[in-house]
Design a binder for this molecule. Structure first.
Ligand code: HEC
Ligand code: HEC
Ligand code: HEC
Length: 411
């Protein structure tokens, strides 16, 4: 943490001038074009985009009014609270114009010019078109106004300072950076537009550097989520995966997504129309494969002993659902033999699942998913590490051992 602090303070000092100039330039860019006529078709288009972008997922608290904001988003710098997007005059966006809304989506600035935190993924939304932004605005304006005052962020010094954020933006944010790539067909362009824009897939799947800026040279190559012990795996090289089914049903017959991706499927991708889901799949399958992670490291003597101990734990606690051959039961319990999830370079999600259990996402085509019980009450960290080391090396699986420390880091 100290390194971040020092880095940012330094940057804040040297960057203040640049910030001021770039803020002025951004403000000057906002020109009000003709406001969208809020007809029914536009509102419906906006509703579809809102789902594709999962706006409601971050702008609604559990049990709270839709779009009224107030959800706390944990970051390494503190907690950032989402804003009220209902058309309430005083506490929501009731007094905003379509141009002010566009400025938030495209430039990451609030109505009063305040720079917004990228916990609001405008670094992706900036790639959306003005027409889509206007449709979203029309849709939000059609919601019931809810009075709910925005909650102040709880950020550690110096992250709460606008100047620190300004410096971050000069380093990592270029408004509207999506350009059509030559030599690609319309379906590919649509997929790229959805993934890089509304879908904000890179917000989780693209690695970040030490100041939490996305490293776009490794676009979608897999990343640990910020301040959460979930790993969003690489989306490159999924050539044999039924991505359309994964996005719409939450599973591909083999793998059932859980955790944050289950939320994305539930609130967002299950509603994609077939053409858009197909376009996303085409785009993802065109990504160059990520450099191979060093798989199959030789197991040390200790981890072999761990795997043996893990085999006994597997017999006792896991075999009833996942089977002695690790093949699971089709349609109910996922296979662990040959599973992408089990072989993942980063074992964070395995520890997550085993400690906290999980339900696959309930979707139209998988309405009553099977669940996995949490094992945190039954197994200690060393035992979880052992059983995970076992499943990563049994049945021909060849992935690295999982240490007790890796399990302990999982809340
Ligand atoms: C990953 C979480 C997340 C998602 C998804 C998300 N937002 Fe937000 N949004 C936030 C947070 C957090 C803030 C507060 C940022 C700040 O105050 O600096 C915010 C702020 C905003 C603001 C600025 C409001 C103001 O009063 O300044 C607008 C407008 C907005 N979001 C619109 C949207 C729309 C439209 C969508 C869907 C297309 C969306 N957001 C999706 C987290 C999210
Ligand atoms: C909020 C973070 C987040 C966002 C946004 C997100 N994902 Fe994910 N995604 C994850 C995590 C975490 C996993 C791992 C879940 C698991 O293993 O069960 C995952 C898993 C996946 C998988 C399964 C990969 C495999 O090897 O089986 C696919 C495919 C996927 N995501 C596609 C997408 C696409 C396409 C988008 C954008 C439309 C997207 N994700 C947006 C966090 C996210
Ligand atoms: C009662 C049945 C049951 C038992 C017992 C059980 N699981 Fe599971 N397991 C499931 C189900 C159902 C899923 C899919 C749930 C989801 O995706 O959220 C799953 C998913 C998993 C996954 C993720 C697979 C993937 O494709 O994402 C792993 C890893 C796993 N289990 C390991 C274990 C281990 C290790 C044990 C024993 C300590 C165990 N399970 C015991 C039912 C079970």
């Amino acid at each position: 943490m100290k390194k971040w602090l020092l880095g940012l303070t330094l940057l804040a000092v040297i960057g203040a001038g640049t910030l001021y100039r770039s803020a002025m330039r951004e403000v000057a860019l906002v020109v009000d074009t003709a406001p969208a006529a809020a007809n029914t078709a536009t509102v419906q288009q906006g509703a579809y985009i809102a789902r594709t972008a999962n706006c409601i997922g971050c702008h609604t608290t559990r049990g709270g009014a839709a779009f009224a904001g107030g959800l706390g988003i944990a970051t390494p710098f503190g907690t950032i609270y989402s804003s009220n997007l209902t058309p309430d005059q005083k506490t929501g966006i009731g007094s905003w114009t379509a141009a002010e809304f566009w400025r938030a989506m495209h430039h990451g600035q609030s109505k009063d010019g305040r720079l917004l935190y990228p916990a609001f993924p405008y670094t992706s939304y900036t790639n959306m078109s003005r027409a889509d932004s206007d449709a979203l605005f029309a849709y939000l304006r059609s919601q019931t106004p809810v009075t709910h005052v925005n909650r102040a962020h709880e950020l550690r010094f110096p992250y709460g300072l606008q100047v620190s954020l300004g410096v971050w933006r000069t380093l990592y944010f270029t408004p509207g950076s999506s350009v059509a790539e030559p030599g690609r067909d319309a379906q590919w362009q649509r997929g790229a537009y959805l993934v890089r824009g509304a879908g904000h897939c890179g917000a989780c799947h693209t690695p970040r550097d030490s100041l939490a800026g996305s490293d776009n040279s490794r676009e979608l190559q897999g990343a640990m989520m910020l301040a959460q012990s979930w790993y969003a795996p690489t989306l490159a090289g999924l050539h044999d995966v039924d991505i359309v089914q994964l996005l719409k049903a939450g599973h591909d017959g083999q793998r059932f997504v859980s955790g944050p991706m289950a939320e994305i499927v539930h609130g967002s991708t299950q509603y994609l129309d077939d053409a858009d889901a197909q376009a996303i799949s085409v785009f993802l399958k065109s990504l160059p494969p990520a450099p191979a992670a060093s798989n199959a490291p030789a197991l040390s003597v200790t981890s072999q002993a761990m795997a043996e101990a893990g085999g006994k734990i597997y017999e006792q606690h896991c075999v009833s659902c996942h089977g002695a051959d690790g093949k699971g039961i089709k349609g109910a319990y996922p296979p662990l033999a040959g599973s992408r999830a089990v072989l993942a370079a980063n074992p964070a999600n395995l520890a997550q699942m085993t400690l906290n259990g999980g339900f696959a996402v309930s979707t139209a085509s998988n309405a009553r998913p099977f669940g996995m019980p949490p094992f945190a009450p039954l197994l200690n960290d060393a035992e979880v590490a052992a059983v995970l080391t076992y499943i990563r090396t049994a049945w021909g699986n060849q992935a690295g051992a999982v240490s007790e420390l890796q399990v302990r880091r999982t809340p």
